[in-house]
Design a protein around this ligand. Structure first.
Ligand code: PGA
Length: 259
């Protein structure tokens, strides 16, 4: 098993360019490059902040990756308001969050859309952008007890038509909707149960060897207080951090918990 942990900050719709530059600089000032021997770190600011954040990190020679929060699957053309994979690559992105529950519930993103985005991101084999595919059940589905089945279907739909080679470098983030931004974190046992089940699904899709290499993150009110226990679980390979990624101190504390 060669999985390295990944800590990714999802800034959501926060920070103007000036604010993003300050936050990126604060993160950079507290970051030590030799941490990347054991953990990968990424920040995912809004589109307009990607290039400025990347420039700060490039200037500081910090090994912190940049990711986007969304993408469109077409290469170019009349798609008002959308951003292509090539545009993300051009501003230095190496990750892209796909299918976040906020996009699914507020913007009507479907499993089919998620699948098209994943395919577009990995199409360029030389310079792929690693998708961070978000899955996770609502409170109603959790209470019904069908959450493992629900998440299994989301994972299968996201990766439909892909083989084990395509899946290399793809990341899955288990984010129970009831834990996002609510302060109600899944317990380490609850998170591990689903992350483990996701790896079983990945094994069925791509074989155990590939599944063993793919990173499965947990997200949902992860913070410096609960990160260590969550990250200690066998099948939790990192975190997708929302609120706690908006302050350099708490984000760096979570990175340190992954060391
Ligand atoms: P949260 O968000 O950490 O604020 O709960 C996580 C996410 O939505 O990715």
């Amino acid at each position: 098993m060669t999985r390295r942990k990944l800590i990714a900050g999802n800034w959501k719709m926060n920070n103007t360019v000036a604010e993003a530059v300050v936050l990126t600089q604060e993160i950079s000032n507290r970051f030590e490059n030799d941490w990347t021997d054991t953990v990968d770190v990424a920040i995912c600011p809004p589109y307009v902040d990607l290039k400025p954040a990347h420039t700060v990190l490039e200037f500081d020679k910090q090994k912190i990756a940049i990711g986007a929060q969304n993408v469109y699957w077409e290469a170019s053309g009349a798609y008002t308001g959308e951003i292509s994979v090539a545009m993300l690559r051009d501003v230095g992105c190496t990750y892209c969050i796909v299918g976040h529950s906020e996009r699914r519930t507020l913007f009507g993103e479907t499993n089919e859309d998620v699948n098209k985005k994943v395919k577009a991101l990995i199409e360029n084999k030389v310079q792929p952008i690693h998708p961070i595919v978000c899955v996770g059940e609502s409170l109603a589905v959790r209470d019904e007890g069908t959450y493992l089945d629900f998440v299994d279907k989301q994972v299968r739909a996201a990766f439909a038509g892909l083989d084990a080679t395509d899946a290399a470098g793809c990341v899955v983030a288990y984010e129970p909707i009831w834990a996002i931004g609510t302060g109600r974190t899944a317990t380490p046992e609850q998170a591990e149960e689903v992350c483990r089940a996701i790896r079983v699904t990945l094994g069925e899709l791509f074989g155990d060897e590939r599944a063993d290499d793919m990173r499965v993150l947990y997200g949902g009110s992860m913070n410096e207080g609960n990160a260590e226990l969550l990250l200690a679980q066998e099948d939790i390979d990192g975190g997708l951090i929302g609120g706690a990624a908006l302050k350099a101190e708490s984000f760096i504390a979570i990175v340190k918990a992954a060391l």
